[in-house]
Design a protein around this ligand. Sequence first.
Ligand code: DGL
Length: 270
Amino acid sequence: MDSRPVGIFDSGFGGLTAVRALRAICPAENIVFFADNGRAPYGGRPVAQLRRMAVQNLDMAASFDAKVIFAACGTLSSNAADILREYPVPTFGVLDAAVASIAAQRAASPIGVIATQATVNSGAFERALRRACPEREVYAQACPSFVPLIESGCADAENAALREAVAEYLQPLREKEIGTLLLGCTHYGLIAPALRDYLGENVMLVDASECAAGFIKNYLEQNDMCGAGGSFRCVTSGARKHFDALSPLFLGQKEPPETVAVPPMPTEEE
Ligand code: DGL
């Protein structure tokens, strides 16, 4: 038993998909979530800057006395995998678990990966999928307007701007007749209904947050580190009012969670 919290971080609301996934399968875990809304989006930033932000976010999560850290961000998981691996607190990104879950599918259809521009540029998901599923074709598509839309609250499947963006980005993947779509950015789980509407029921959506949550559950069980309590609190580097307005929507609950706002950490420009 270990009642220290699981520390989770992301550039913003996307990390709530990780929070939801972990709370669903580990309801007794105490969770502290750092949402770097003040610096979102991450996906268009240069690699060197992303790597510095990875260290800052890890240090922030460690400052909560986290027993494990969940880097609920595809962009940092793919651009700073070595930094996450070497961090002194056990840290899980979202890449390996998602790839392992797709490798277990035993399907032959092409795989689509949607993610931020920085994630697609890194080639990390494509490389790992080609290694794990050499018989399947892999097509990656950057979706740069999804995160700004979600951060501003446009996540409803009926939202016109979102529907337009979904059609623009997913059309090339639909033409390739993909059978699996990997949501390589944790924000995208928040727009799964819009993605599902466009692609239809026959394409399997794989949510990187849900896959990673399963990995973490196993790790905690195998290392006798399961928690007790089930508390949940948030720290945002954005405006508290904005976080309070949108977080209940994305968490599927009426009231905002206990949240404190902190100033954004300094970001050195390139
Ligand atoms: N949710 C993050 C990811 O998984 C960051 C997206 C962004 O801020 O651009 O990539």
